[in-house]
Write a protein that binds this ligand. Structure first.
Ligand code: ADP
Ligand code: MG
Length: 656
């Protein structure tokens, strides 16, 4: 823009502008009418010449007293000043036509006039005519001289004029160049101007946006001010409320302190009550007998022959059907073979048994567990607990201890239910300051050999890393452990469930390789429970043992002396031996004999700490309802009855 302004200032010189526009330079001759003469140079325009003639006086300059004036504004170059002086007559350079001047000498008689005068002479006046012609001739000669002089003068003027013209042309060219540059500059400036316009527009839009933003901000500010006022009033209200709350809090804190003291007192009282409960529960268990026997008769399974209706009877107790059944009668069917061989048929024989409780074939798993739950809970109170399932193969021992097939919660057995119950009671006791830990193990005793059922390598007949033997847990310890067996800490029923699953898998593998020895072996699930009460500095530990005993069936008289039968014979003898040892141990304990033959079998040896002292024992005698199993059922009931009588006798004796 500065450049453009400067350029415009330069171009204000009117003469220069005139030259640029017309491409010509005008020279002005004296303005006086008589002597004024125009000298056209290189196509000067007529109009322009007239304008220049009318130019104000100070701009004109008289040149060498000839009366010819040239406008000073046009005389940019000194060449104008050195222009040759015009003589009295000036000739148009292009047309060579003489232009009248004041100073041009006129002939005395012009040749034409001379001819005119001659024409008037009569034809016979030859002399006169000759005279006229001479005059005309001399006039012509004078005129020719004048013209020749004029011509010479004009010729001398031509050179400087041409030089002047060249200079002016050069100047013209430079001016045209400047004009072109100025036009280009103008174009550039116009473009810049357009850009500036666009920028201005943009800025205006931005300004507009900013203005609207400012307006909205102002509105927001107003809103915020309103909110602030609102908040201030709310704050004031809340401060008042806070003061009230602080006062209430102080009051509450005093109350809390009083309540805390009361709570401590009540906790202490609760602890006393808990200990009292444990004591009473123990007394109740003792009253019921530290060794109890429950009988459970399984239902007839689909596909099995229906037994005679009076094969097993359940006589109601002294208090009628509302009381749990404790009686069971087994009736030997009459022997039809007697009539065939001509003897009188033997009359049916009835065997009556009485137990702590008898579960009928329709009894559900939860009903059975309900009767066991208090006993299981004793383990949390520090009493060793042992629950056995006794009976012939197929009588329902595994169903009672582990549960039925398919993972149906309805048919879950004692082990998962007992574990869940213990975890839930332990959780409740946590509120009273008790904390419990549980460690599980699961072993199998087959032919007096112990095998870990929690071993992770499937199919191994022996424990991982060596033989499983019963040893003291450590020097000076009375606790027994099975060497090379897994002792897994558990804290929820899912973990226990996965251990039971693993044990089932290990048993299944063994079954295929060892001729279904699962029913020929004892399986012992052990849960070692440790409880601590930090506040009272109390510590209690006790094992819960859930034992699925091997089938109690007697030696099959049909067995031969072949290798397979010999193996079966050995198994049966081992089972019989360990089961009879169990009976003997129970009897020795109940009789408080000095010597208890624990070491006579691996089973009693392993369980000795859970059988002696303040231990509590429960035996399930499982009975098949089938007629074909009558004999084995009778044997099982006899064995269980012996145990039951012993215990009852002892309990009573203790009572006394
Ligand atoms: P054992 O372990 O004494 O050899 P099982 O527990 O394997 O006997 O039981 C044999 C069969 O009888 C299994 O199919 C089992 O599901 C079924 N059974 C046992 N007791 C019951 C019961 N109380 N209710 C329903 N089915 C039972
Ligand atoms: Mg079984």
């Amino acid at each position: 823009m500065q450049r453009l302004t400067r350029r415009r200032r330069e171009l204000q010189w009117p003469q220069k502008l005139s030259l640029m526009e017309k491409g010509s330079l005008e020279l002005k001759m004296p303005s006086d009418k008589a002597s004024s003469s125009r000298l056209p140079v290189l196509g000067l325009g007529r109009k322009r010449r007239l304008d220049k003639e009318n130019a104000p006086e100070p701009e004109k300059k008289r040149i060498r007293g000839t009366g010819t004036t040239i406008p000073m504004s046009c005389l940019k170059v000194p060449t104008v000043a050195t222009m040759p002086r015009a003589k009295k007559q000036v000739t148009d350079v292009k047309s060579r036509k003489p232009i009248s001047t004041n100073s041009a000498p006129k002939p005395a008689v012009s040749p034409a006039k001379a001819r005119k005068g001659a024409n008037k002479r009569p034809a016979w006046d030859v002399k006169g005519q000759l005279c006229d012609l001479r005059k005309e001739f001399s006039a012509c000669q004078v005129q020719a001289e004048v013209l020749t002089r004029e011509n010479q003068e004009l010729r001398s003027q031509l050179g400087p004029a041409e030089q002047q013209a060249r200079i002016l042309e050069a100047e013209n060219k430079s001016l045209i160049r400047e004009l072109t540059e100025a036009r280009a500059q103008t174009k550039e400036d116009q473009l810049e101007l357009v850009k500036l316009h666009a920028r201005v527009q943009e800025l205006e839009e931005f300004l507009h946006t900013q203005e609207s933003l400012i307006q909205s901000m102002q509105e927001k500010q107003l809103q915020l001010q309103e909110d602030r006022r609102d908040l201030a009033s709310r704050l004031e209200t809340q401060e008042k409320q806070l003061q009230e709350s602080v006062a209430a809090l102080a009051k509450s804190q005093a109350e809390i302190t009083a309540q805390a003291a009361l709570l401590a007192e009540r906790t202490e009282h609760l602890y006393c009550l808990e200990m009292e409960r444990r004591h009473l529960l123990n007394q109740l268990q003792e009253l019921k007998g530290n060794i109890r026997v429950f009988c459970r008769v399984r239902p007839v399974l689909p596909g099995e022959p229906a037994p005679p209706p009076d094969l097993i009877l359940f006589p109601p107790g002294p208090h009628g059907a509302s009381e749990p059944s404790t009686q069971l009668s087994l009736t030997r069917p009459s022997d039809d073979r007697c009539s065939i061989i001509g003897k009188l048929p033997s009359s049916p024989v009835r065997y009556d048994f009485s137990f702590d409780q008898v579960f009928l074939p329709g009894s559900k798993q939860n009903e059975v567990f309900e009767e066991v739950s208090l006993l299981v809970q004793s383990a949390l109170d520090g009493y060793p607990v042992c629950i056995f399932a006794y009976g012939q193969t197929g009588s329902g021992k595994t169903f009672t201890m582990e549960g039925g097939p398919g993972g149906d919660p309805q048919v879950e057995g004692l082990i998962p239910r007992a574990v869940r119950h213990l975890f839930s009671i332990a959780k409740k006791l946590e509120a009273q300051g008790w904390s419990y830990t549980f460690v599980a193990s699961y072993v199998e005793i087959y032919n007096e050999t112990i095998r870990d059922l929690l071993v992770r390598v499937g199919g191994a007949q022996k424990c991982q890393g060596g033989e499983c033997e019963i040893r003291l847990a450590g020097p000076g310890s009375k606790d027994l452990i099975v060497t090379n067996a897994q002792y897994v800490p558990v804290s929820c029923e899912e973990e226990v469930e996965s251990l039971l699953h693993l044990a089932r898998q290990n048993r299944a593998v063994a079954r295929t390789t060892q001729n279904e020895h699962s029913s020929r072996s004892h399986s012992v699930f052990q849960l070692q429970i440790s409880g601590k009460h930090v506040g009272q500095n109390l510590h209690c530990t006790a094992p819960l043992n859930l034992v699925d005993l091997a089938g109690s069936e007697r030696l099959d008289p049909r067995l031969s002396t072949g290798p397979a039968d010999r193996e079966r014979l050995k198994e049966t003898q081992a089972i019989n031996s360990s089961l009879s040892t169990l009976g003997l141990v129970i009897m020795a304990l109940s009789n408080k004999e000095a010597h208890v033959p624990y070491r006579n079998s691996k089973l009693t040896y392993l369980l000795q700490n859970s059988l002696r002292g303040n231990a509590k024992m429960l035996m399930f005698v499982n009975i098949s309802p089938l007629e074909e199993n009558f004999s084995e059922s009778l044997n099982s009931l006899r064995f269980a009855s012996k145990v039951n009588q012993c215990v009852i006798g002892t309990a009573r004796a203790n009572k006394k």
